[in-house]
Design a protein around this ligand. Structure first.
Ligand SMILES: CC(C)(COP(=O)(O)OP(=O)(O)OC[C@H]1O[C@@H](n2cnc3c(N)ncnc32)[C@H](O)[C@@H]1OP(=O)(O)O)[C@@H](O)C(=O)NCCC(=O)NCCS
Length: 163
């Protein structure tokens, strides 16, 4: 698309402050887990961003974090409120799923309050018990632990051995 205002690309070091801001705003509204700058630097290679082409302003982010041999998680998905409902969340998720496909990962999951949004991206609700215990190590950092009210959803990557 030639009139596409936004570039969806892998994050770089220069994007960390904006990613930190986007996630912090989401966390203030109880929509996601806050992440420290140190955590963001360590996991920067997981991140995809949408940047406005005119000034490179990062307006959306999301990360694909590998959990295990057959599993990865979409984490820290956030779109600046002013830029929501313009297809950027969908594009970040699609980019994460394409990366999962390339990596040979069978299933991508998310813990979210945005059930309808993820249903539109092909995710289905699963029982939290289907997820390996390993994922709950991140949850220990959550102020809501152990009373998690997020919904677990999963997407089985076509062609990567899903049942
Ligand atoms: C949830 C969020 C990522 C969606 O991003 P977005 O860029 O606004 O969504 P998109 O424009 O890509 O929407 C894609 C589709 O989902 C729908 N949709 C988006 N948000 C929705 C919502 N809250 N409820 C229902 N449907 C929604 C859109 O209407 C669109 O539908 P279509 O397929 O018929 O066109 C964004 O609203 C956000 O950052 N919210 C705050 C943080 C958050 O909750 N993050 C999720 C953490 S897991």
């Amino acid at each position: 698309m030639t009139d596409d205002q936004f570039e969806v690309r892998k994050a770089t070091i220069a994007d960390v402050e904006r990613i930190h801001t986007l996630i912090s705003v989401g966390a203030e509204h109880q929509k996601m887990l806050a992440r420290s700058r140190s955590d963001l630097y360590e996991s920067l290679r997981d991140f995809i961003v949408a940047a406005r082409r005119s000034d490179n302003l990062v307006v959306a982010c999301g990360a694909l974090a590998i959990t295990w041999a057959d599993l990865a998680e979409i984490r820290s998905l956030a779109v600046e409120p002013e830029f929501q409902r313009q297809g950027l969340g969908r594009r970040i998720v699609a980019s994460c799923l394409a990366e999962a496909k390339g990596l040979g990962i069978r299933r991508v999951f998310v813990l979210t309050y945005q059930k309808e949004f993820f249903e539109r991206q092909g995710f289905a609700v699963i029982a939290k018990e289907e997820l390996p215990h390993k994922i709950w190590s991140v949850c220990l950092k959550c102020p809501k632990f152990p009373d998690c009210d997020e919904i677990a959803m999963a997407f089985d990557v076509p062609g990567n051995g899903a049942a």
